[in-house]
Design a protein around this ligand. Sequence first.
Ligand SMILES: *Cc1c(COP(=O)(O)O)cnc(C)c1O
Length: 226
Amino acid sequence: MSNIRQNLESVRNRIRAVATRAGRDPAAIRLVAVSKTKPADLIREAFEAGQTAFGENYAQEMKEKADALAGLPIEWHFIGHLQRNKAKVVAPIASWIESIDSNELAEAIDRHTAQRISCLIEVNVGDESSKSGARAEDVVAIGRRIVALDHLDLKGLMIIPPYDPDPEKSRPFFRALRELRDQLIPTLGAEHLRELSMGMSHDFEAAIEEGATIVRIGTAIFGERG
Ligand SMILES: *Cc1c(COP(=O)(O)O)cnc(C)c1O
């Protein structure tokens, strides 16, 4: 037997504890279990332990798992870098796409879905090492494009800071994303900026202290990836 049920409970307890300490409502924080590289059986096990939102990074892998688990009401979040020509694979499956970083990608997603998709703009705030994520100065234009499209609901922003085992190294990136969100409220509207997706297994507590409403957690739930 795997430890998924226990791991989930432990992560949920940690989310509750840090939210309460920070004076935030734990129910306002959504846990996305990141299942990339893990088999569908383990997703089913987590689902049976009460977890409904799952995050995947690769289009084809998400599709295979969604097909294998078609009977379960899973809320799929696409969180990886999405190539425009893969939008047609992801758009019919995903309830959320967290990694929109261009107008063209938003348009491709909109063309390939008949359902509504909740969208986040992935922002690259001051990470020279990363090639994905929109530049902060482009977020308004992408946000306006998303809002104008028929099937996409703009919900907020997402960030992946450069990896550092010390969560305090992630904190300035989380804070910068929250500050960017606050600056954008007059132009994009608070209703389109409620969500901040930030924080992974090693740094989600700092992210919650800085205002995360979505945390994306893989290793702490499913164990190390091979
Ligand atoms: C893999 C991944 C995660 C989860 O990382 P863990 O360290 O396993 O919790 C979160 N977000 C993104 C974008 C990822 O690619």
